[in-house]
Design a protein around this ligand. Structure first.
Ligand code: HEM
Length: 393
């Protein structure tokens, strides 16, 4: 059996291919990628729970290559315990549930401003006008980027996303390298300033945590800040975009949520399972291992197919049914264990507030096209653009 996660048929709709993989080849060698694909929930879950066997390595190298603006230190995603434990402890202090909850009013204000812009434009693209800027502005505010640098910050965030698409054209690569060098310089300076003059922002919280435990260097904080953008923006954008697509495809769910806003968290959770924004996380085997679905020798690259695990019929009955009552809190959309998504509470908050604003503070809306093109990526899944029109427009 063959499986090419980059082929247009697969990116358009990977789910039938995942079903075949889980049934016929749950651990499959992908020659063009020189990696094994693991597709069953039990096996993906096992791998995430055993970082000593499924080691994290080179995520950043794979995603960015020489466009990484902070190649000096490994990024938290690529670290293994005990180094990972040290950095993660500091990072957790910047993302306490309280700090995230405190963002609610701010997120709502940002979502309302974006909605106003979306309503002004006929046939507006929901992605570029709403779901992409939302997490970018939120994280910029959390990091304490000054209002006059916001536009530049959005450009840098955008360039990080473009860099993860591994562009091949040299002129574009050079332009991105240049821009991201400016991004790095700005953050180096911001971290030093917050050290001298702390404020209520996330960088100050990280600097404080660092000083308390005296264990992280400025460059490690820098790498963390850059990762917050890379890991948090496109993923959250796709969660919100995939939620709107799911509502369009399931009018009964749309009506149910519109009738009861208490359903919004269930909607967000089911979208995470049903159409996971991150489809694949990579690992490397540290030793020979035997999974339910087959054997993998030591030293091999492995793709853990989160998007497939979350549709495994061995775990979820009728997995292809979008079901607001499913309450699948154990889905793997945010990973699990050691590297479990640091930003999960923030992503959930942004998606819930963003969707509430759209569903309850504007007239009804509909897509203006039947064909939605997915982002061409092995890793993330979401609509590239999503033109919509409000019924009063
Ligand atoms: C729906 C949105 C999101 C999804 C689906 C998502 C998904 C993931 C996944 C699957 C991982 C685990 C990677 C692995 O095991 O190798 C991860 C890690 C991470 N995520 Fe998210 N993420 C989202 C939003 C965010 C946001 C908003 C932030 C921060 C602003 C963020 C920051 C991080 C960081 C720092 C890590 C690395 C944690 C570690 O290595 O210990 N993510 N995310």
């Amino acid at each position: 059996m063959e499986f090419n996660p980059l082929s247009p048929e697969v990116t358009a709709n990977p789910f039938p291919y995942y079903t075949a993989l889980r049934d016929e080849a749950p651990v499959l060698w992908l020659d063009p990628f020189q990696a094994f694909a693991v597709s069953r929930y039990a096996d993906v879950d096992f791998a995430l729970r055993h970082p000593e066997v499924f080691s994290s390595a080179n995520f950043t190298e794979e995603a960015l290559g020489d466009l990484n603006p902070v190649p000096d230190v490994p990024w938290i995603l690529d670290m293994n315990p005990p180094d990972h434990t040290r950095v993660r402890k500091v990072a957790n202090k910047g993302f306490t549930p309280r700090l995230v909850r405190e963002q609610t009013a701010q997120v709502r204000e940002i979502a309302r401003a974006l909605l106003a812009g979306l309503r002004r434009a006929p046939d507006a693209d929901f992605v570029s006008t709403f779901s992409a800027p939302l997490p970018m502005i939120v994280i910029g505010e959390m990091l304490g980027v000054e209002p006059e640098r916001r536009e530049e910050f959005k450009t840098w965030s955008d360039h990080m996303v473009r860099a993860t698409g591994r562009p091949t054209e040299e002129a574009e690569r050079a332009a991105l390298r240049d821009s991201l060098a400016g991004f790095r310089a700005y953050f180096e300076d911001l971290i030093e300033r917050r050290r001298r003059e702390p404020g209520p922002d996330l960088i100050s919280a990280l600097v404080r945590a660092e000083e308390e435990s005296a264990k992280l260097t400025s460059i490690e904080i820098l790498a963390l800040c850059v990762l917050l953008l890379t890991a948090g923006n496109e993923t959250t954008t796709n969660l919100i975009g995939n939620a709107v697509l799911a509502l369009f495809a399931h009018p009964d769910a749309m009506e149910r949520v519109r009738a009861d806003r208490e359903q919004v968290p269930a909607l967000v959770e089911e979208v995470l399972r049903y159409d996971s924004p991150v489809q694949i996380v990579p690992r490397v085997t540290a030793e020979d291992v035997e999974l339910e679905g087959g054997k993998i020798p030591a030293g091999q690259r492995v793709f853990l197919l989160l998007g497939s695990a979350n549709r495994d019929e061995r775990k979820y009955p009728e997995p292809d049914r979008f079901d607001l009552d499913r309450n699948a809190r154990d889905h793997l959309a945010f990973g699990f264990g050691t590297h479990r998504c640091l930003g999960a509470p923030l992503a959930r908050l942004e998606a819930a507030v963003g969707l509430e604003t759209l569903l309850f503070e504007a007239p009804r809306f509909a897509p203006t096209t039947d064909t939605v093109e997915p982002i061409a990526s092995v890793i993330v899944r979401g609509p590239r653009a999503l033109p919509i029109r409000f019924e009063d427009g």
